[in-house]
Design a binder for this molecule. Structure first.
Ligand SMILES: [Zn+2]
Length: 243
């Protein structure tokens, strides 16, 4: 139930003693084709975190809406934060969370560009004490069965998966009449500031045209359940080993 930002500091003292687990959402503000909003990578994991807050005692922090969106910098509306800044920033937040007595921090990450910064920050933040950071790259780690069942095309960026999920969570923000497929395939990893548009034409990687809200709902429902299962495990002092 508790959202960190809505508690007074006295209420926080009570609520933080009822759980070992805090939850942080890390998002991005970047182009997602012509049919999805710039905040897609924040609003999807924030939706999951809200569901978690309603169904567990874990304390949910406010989301971080900016990430490393270097590859989409050439598209209007994208705000990108340097990876090295993110490492420091995430690490400071993680350390503050642990200073309040939490044992576990679950990060629901909504954006691939944040992954390496989160890993490096977590190494620093857990250097002392017995703290644990669980990094969930949610588009890959959660709702796996539903993804395999309902998706007809490969997951990607502003592709069938993400589009379906936004159609479920915020249908008012999706313009399917502008949805188009694009996928630039490279034989090897290519990094180049000069070729960003060639590497991600239309800020899309995949085919969003077969997206439906029902597919999104199936994925999001399973993702929420995955998170609740994880938090229950952590509350018992267990790491998320595969069964
Ligand atoms: Zn995205």
């Amino acid at each position: 139930m508790p959202l960190w930002s809505e508690l007074t500091h006295q209420e926080f003292l009570v609520k933080s003693k009822e759980t070992e687990v805090a939850v942080l959402v890390t998002g991005a503000l970047e182009a997602h084709g012509k049919h999805l909003p710039l905040g897609t990578d924040s609003l999807l994991p924030a939706f999951l975190a809200k569901m978690v807050a309603e169904q567990t005692r874990a304390l949910v922090l406010p989301e971080i809406p900016f990430g490393d969106s270097w590859v989409f910098k050439d598209y209007r509306g994208t705000i990108s934060v340097d990876n090295n800044v993110l490492v420091r920033f995430y690490a400071e937040i993680m350390k503050s969370v642990f200073d309040h007595g939490f044992h576990y921090l679950v990060v629901i990450n909504g954006h691939g560009g944040n992954s390496s910064a989160l890993q490096n920050a977590a190494k620093t933040a857990t250097e002392r004490g017995e703290h644990v950071v669980v990094i969930i790259n949610w588009w890959r780690d959660l709702g796996k069965k539903a993804r395999a069942e309902v998706l007809e095309t490969q997951e990607g960026h502003a592709a069938e998966d993400e589009t379906s999920e936004v159609m479920h969570v915020r249908p008012d923000l999706v313009d399917m009449s502008s949805a188009e497929a694009a996928r630039a395939e490279m034989e090897y990893m290519v990094i180049s500031a000069s070729y960003r548009r060639e590497l991600y034409p239309s800020a899309i990687y995949g085919d969003p045209t077969s997206a439906t809200p029902e597919k999104g709902e199936a994925i999001m429902d399973e993702a929420v359940q995955d998170l609740i299962d994880l938090i229950e495990k952590l509350e018992k002092g267990e790491l998320p080993t595969k069964s």
